[in-house]
Design a protein around this ligand. Structure first.
Ligand code: DX5
Ligand code: ZN
Length: 220
């Protein structure tokens, strides 16, 4: 499939959120990436239900909700209620990951699992067939605008093989430090979805930046 672009709202201007949402609506972006942080799983707090509800009011593309919170199962229904289309939970935050994934799917939503940079893709071998998406963190979660961790490239390649081997239909999303210089390598390695926060919102022309990321072509 052609790769997808998911701008991260974490880097938007929260005093002009509607404007930034309309910008993404009018762009070639595919999803809205929504980062929820609880100050416990990660050393930062972002935003919660009221903000997501407002985003959903204007967003014309799917909401890709990335939960960086402990005990995420307590809130799946609430995230659905405020507009989530995809919910991804961290492998490191779920004691019963299989149950969490089934609970998200039972709500009729797409379910994803996220791996921190230190975690091996092989820990996912027995859950891959059940998930719609695997997100590889290419920075330590908690903040936008961090430096890309290069080891992610080889993780994508390993994960791609594992997905094929297990017959999983999961897509691979990469989150953190994505920019025009590493995007080509990410796509070539097998990334299906690129999250971009600072690269999009820190640019003089975010619509143009999204278009550049979207139109990267990788030769065979
Ligand atoms: C980090 C978040 C990312 C972040 C990406 O914890 O999960 O989605 O917003 O931002 P950039 O693209 O600026 O690294
Ligand atoms: Zn994220």
């Amino acid at each position: 499939m052609p790769h997808l672009i998911a701008p991260s709202i974490l880097s938007a201007d929260f005093a002009n959120l509607q404007r930034d949402i309309e910008m993404i609506n009018s762009s070639e972006a595919d999803w809205f990436h929504i980062d929820v942080m609880d100050g416990v799983f990660v050393p930062n707090i972002s935003f919660g239900f009221p903000v997501i509800r407002q985003i959903n009011k204007y967003a014309k593309k799917p909401l890709d909700v990335h939960l960086m919170i402990v005990e995420p199962d307590r809130y799946f229904e609430r995230f659905k209620e405020v507009g989530a289309d995809i919910i991804s939970v961290h492998y490191e935050a779920c004691q019963h990951l299989h149950r969490s994934i089934q609970a998200i799917k039972a709500l009729g939503l797409k379910a994803g699992v996220v791996l921190n940079p230190h975690a091996s893709v092989y820990v996912l071998e027995d859950i891959l067939a059940d998930v719609d998406l695997v997100m590889l963190m290419s920075v330590n979660p908690g903040f936008g605008g961090q430096k890309f961790i290069k080891n992610t490239i080889v993780k994508i390649e390993r994960l791609k093989e594992l997905i094929a081997k297990t017959g999983s239909g999961a897509v691979i999303e990469v989150d953190g430090g994505v920019n025009l210089s590493n995007a080509v390598d990410l796509i070539r390695a097998g990334a299906d979805v690129l999250v971009a926060g600072n690269t999009v919102f820190g640019s003089d022309d975010p619509v143009e930046m999204i278009s550049k990321l979207k139109n990267i072509k990788v030769g065979n």
